[in-house]
Design a protein around this ligand. Sequence first.
Ligand code: DHK
Length: 146
Amino acid sequence: MTKTIYILNGPNLNLLGKRQPDIYGHATLEDVEALCASAAKDAGCDIVFCQSNHEGDLIDWIHEARDAASGIVINPAAFTHTSVAILDALNTFDGPVVEIHISQVHKREAFRHHSYVSMRADGVLAGFGIDGYAMAVSQVAKMIPA
Ligand code: DHK
């Protein structure tokens, strides 16, 4: 059966391409979805691609993924640095989790250096722009048990 990867995006990523392009680039979230779909196809997986500005939506999708997905790629955006609730939700998920950031958060403000999600993530990518999503999808696909 084809494995499904949930790709979850947090607040303000709907504005990708318009928002601080010097930091986040000119590509849109639709471009990111196309990149993820292509990487998943290469890996023989399906994707469910979601974005929300609301913490609870991300938590609900993680709960849904418990039954519907074999792996999760997540860019929690600002919730990375604040959300124990997203960490707790990810801790209920059994499959591989890869955390991705478009920017190199460790070169930025000190408050971006800490990630609650990293306490659960099996791998973390930061600073590769939107290409990091394709890397995250192919890595998560490799980590899914056969
Ligand atoms: C995106 C955000 O919106 C920020 O809040 C994070 C992350 C970094 C990114 O680089 O994708 O600090």
